[in-house]
Design a protein around this ligand. Structure first.
Ligand code: HEM
Length: 149
């Protein structure tokens, strides 16, 4: 987490650009995933609004990273927050299989901003963070499907 925090201090200057970049890149590399974001279409009046919602979601993903960093010494609270987020994603009909891909795209964009301070160890730490977030969110989604078959 120390390595994530160090690179976070660099990238947090412009979360909006980072969030936008990650989603633009996600849909360029994985156009098939765009359909998974169908609920955003329902929330949007038109295509411009849809793109704006998606990009805002990119910032929300990054705010989740910030929450993990802020709460990392309080595991009970952290897991509760991520479970809550996972349960919300059941309502958004998000496919948990895509969480890892979303995380991977964010890592690629973060790496490009961090530049020559990016190392394999930093990448591994970010990968752990996104794997953890995806795991706990998915766990809540699975628990939810057990209690609401
Ligand atoms: C396939 C993957 C995903 C889909 C389809 C998806 C879809 C959605 C939708 C439809 C919303 C509601 C619109 C909004 O408030 O912006 C939302 C909200 C949100 N998403 Fe995602 N999401 C995905 C992955 C993730 C991941 C991996 C994270 C975190 C790392 C995340 C974090 C959030 C947050 C923080 C919110 C706001 C929740 C609130 O209402 O308080 N999402 N997502």
């Amino acid at each position: 987490m120390r390595l994530v925090q160090m690179s976070w201090d660099i990238v947090q200057e412009d979360l909006a650009a980072l969030g936008h970049g990650a989603f633009d890149r996600l849909f360029m590399d994985h156009p098939e995933i765009k359909d998974a974001f169908g609920p955003f279409k329902e929330l949007s009046k038109d295509n411009i609004h849809f793109d704006r919602e998606l990009r805002l979601h990119g910032v929300r993903v990054l705010r989740t990273v910030e929450t993990v960093l802020d709460c990392r010494y309080d595991c009970v609270r952290l897991v509760r927050l991520l479970h809550n987020l996972g349960r919300k994603h059941v309502n958004y009909r998000a496919n948990a299989d895509y969480f890892e891909i979303v995380g991977r795209q964010f890592i690629l964009v973060i790496a490009s901003v961090v530049g020559d301070k990016w190392t394999p160890e930093v990448e591994e730490s970010w990968s752990h963070l996104f794997t953890f977030v995806a795991y706990v969110m998915r766990e809540a989604m699975l628990l939810n499907s057990l209690s609401n078959p």
